[in-house]
Write a protein that binds this ligand. Sequence first.
Ligand code: 4AD
Ligand code: MG
Length: 478
Amino acid sequence: MKRTKIKDILLGEKANDTVVAKGWVRTKRGSKNVYFIALNDGSTIHNLQVVADVNNFDESLLREINTGAALSITGRLTESAGSGQNIELIAAQIELLGAADPEQYPIQPKKHSLEFLRENAHLRFRTNTFSAIFRIRHAMAFAIHKYFNGKGFNYLHTPIITASDAEGAGQMFRVSTLDPKNPPLTETGEIDYSQDFFGKPTNLTVSGQLEGELGAMALGEIYTFGPTFRAENSNTARHLAEFWMIEPEMAFYDLKDNMDLAEEFLKSLIQYALENCMDDLQFLASRLQQEEKDKPADQRSMDLIEKLKFVLENDFIRITYTEAIEILKNSTPYKKKKFQFPVEWGIDLQSEHERYLVEKHFKCPVILINYPKEIKAFYMKQNDDGKTVGAMDVLFPQIGEIIGGSQREENLEKLETRMREMNIPVEEMWWYLDTRRFGSVVHSGFGLGFERFILFVTGMGNIRDVIPFARTPKNAEF
Ligand code: 4AD
Ligand code: MG
């Protein structure tokens, strides 16, 4: 007989149907005569309750029914008398697919710390929390493609290995096939990269934007969605060395169009989550409540589902960087010297400043625009004031910056001048500058950090918990 997924069994809920369910044992409770087995196959957060009459099965088989073991169970569905489920499976046949020694299996049916589960990331998918997170992560990846496809954007696969440093300042991972112990040297004693695989120094990309712009200048609207690498030594709950970024790039869009798209895009993803991931969201919402029940009321976060609905239903606040600095300078934490980092026109905002604006001042997502040109990348549109550029950061509660983007400088001369000022190798970037030489138009784009967004949707606090296998300084296990 063909296997039925547990999600379909629970949705179908037809008493007297005979089905085959396969999955992993979450828990087993039992009495002398009957076992209750909670079986999960990953198709849903809910378990299928299996009832096994002890007298019908070999003792040697029953001994193997432990948390973590994989079973195939054939039986008849009946309406459940117990609370918590409408239907249960009366086992007629049980086949042990894979045993799990209870002395050794790390994921016991009790509460484990997130740290412990990070060390057991290969098995943490088998917990309710992580299966919910990764089903939501999948749903959000799908919703991203659905959104852009619906708007006529083209998914463009930009390279992962690159010879340019898109952001102008990023720390990059080198890609090389030279022998690190004995690299070829030039006459002046430098490493001779002309003998390297690509004949020049190459790195893992920090952004697909520059190539994305090339696509947008012909296809009109493109987006990338791929892995991105940054070798900064930031050991925080918001940084990964390998993360996934979504970068739309649109011809004929100015900064306002860019903001409108970013807001509509984020809201469409949240709406998709509310429409398609409710079981998992409800589980994560109650998990969060459990976590925070000992905190004083004013330190508890808003209910997860309420929070998502709130973002969906309210306009994002849009202000300039200059206005944000004014607000921060008039704030209580600034006056009481509670901020760790200085607040001054010209400084890069720190996460404490971003979170003050979003969580305390506006209590709403904020889009900050027109940053000082000194703290932003070379390609951003130079404003008429000579001091600021058409940058746009979207700030979210609990996260801080979730999106970074801008209108792009489309004027060749202005762009080249800025590149020279910032020591960007103009000659090497001939291919990028060609878009400004031939048919240059106003265009804009942004980058959404996928994991930062998943943090927000799941209510998790550490970015290591929303990517299957995190890459962070001194950590590349699994
Ligand atoms: O602000 P960033 O550096 O912007 C760019 O890379 C532009 N090229 C995007 C564009 O305009 N096409 O990065 C964009 C977003 C950030 O807002 C943040 O959400 C995320 O990427 N991000 C990270 N996420 C996890 N770990 C890191 N180390 C991250 N660095 C940036
Ligand atoms: Mg940024």
